[in-house]
Write a protein that binds this ligand. Structure first.
Ligand SMILES: C=CC1=C(C)c2cc3[nH]c(cc4nc(cc5[nH]c(cc1n2)c(C)c5CCC(=O)O)C(CCC(=O)O)=C4C)c(C)c3C=C
Ligand SMILES: [Fe+2]
Length: 173
């Protein structure tokens, strides 16, 4: 997945395929789009020459689900997870219960989850793993003379997909 982050970005194909963190957005409509497939005309021909030759730098967005970084994050993370209709799908008639149900489950489950996370250092290892992957990918591409921005985007915890896309947009200005 590529995002052109300098030059004249042609922002890509946004696929409204999943909801993001619910605490930050309106769940009633699929207003949130996740950048899932990013194509634009000319990618193939442009990619034949190294990106840096034309002073263009591509962006790579690494998508993951995320996990709580600290014990304090656990309940909010679980809320985001369970408020996602792709995780718990209620019949249309009962959709209004999605967030209250997510609140209930997350509050009930958080203490047990915290115990689990405490046993592995207090938080999810996902963030470090994906950050390491991002650095390794950037270094590998740089070694091939293809410098890129690599962004990490999570669905249920920081950095949320919107934050990553916003950062990519800022870098493209
Ligand atoms: C009934 C409970 C759960 C369902 C259903 C469920 C589905 C589901 N979960 C993911 C992705 C993740 N879940 C993560 C953590 C997590 N999930 C549940 C419960 C259900 N998940 C709990 C209680 C927790 C917290 C940890 C724990 O207490 O066991 C995570 C984070 C992992 C991490 O590294 O921190 C992810 C990611 C999917 C994709 C999914 C259904 C398709
Ligand atoms: Fe889960």
């Amino acid at each position: 997945m590529y995002v052109k982050t300098s030059g004249n970005p042609k922002i890509c194909k946004f696929v409204p395929s999943f909801y993001g963190p619910v605490q930050k957005r309106n769940l009633s409509g699929r207003s949130f789009c996740s950048l899932e497939v990013c194509t634009y005309p000319g990618l193939e021909s442009e990619s034949k020459s190294p990106a840096h030759a034309t002073e263009e730098r591509f962006g790579v967005l690494l998508l993951n689900l995320g996990g709580p970084d600290t014990p304090n994050d656990v309940q909010s993370f679980l809320f985001n997870l369970f408020a996602d209709p792709d995780i718990i799908r209620l019949p249309r008639l009962f959709r209004f219960l999605q967030r209250p149900l997510a609140q209930l489950i997350s509050v009930l489950r958080a203490p047990k989850s915290k115990e689990g996370y405490a046993s592995i250092g207090g938080g999810s290892p996902l963030r470090k793993i994906i950050d390491d992957q991002a650095i390794a990918l950037r270094n590998a591409l740089e070694a091939k003379e293809t410098p890129v921005h690599v962004y990490v985007a999570m669905r249920y915890w920081h950095p949320f997909t919107e934050e990553a896309v916003q950062q990519a947009s800022l870098n493209s200005m």
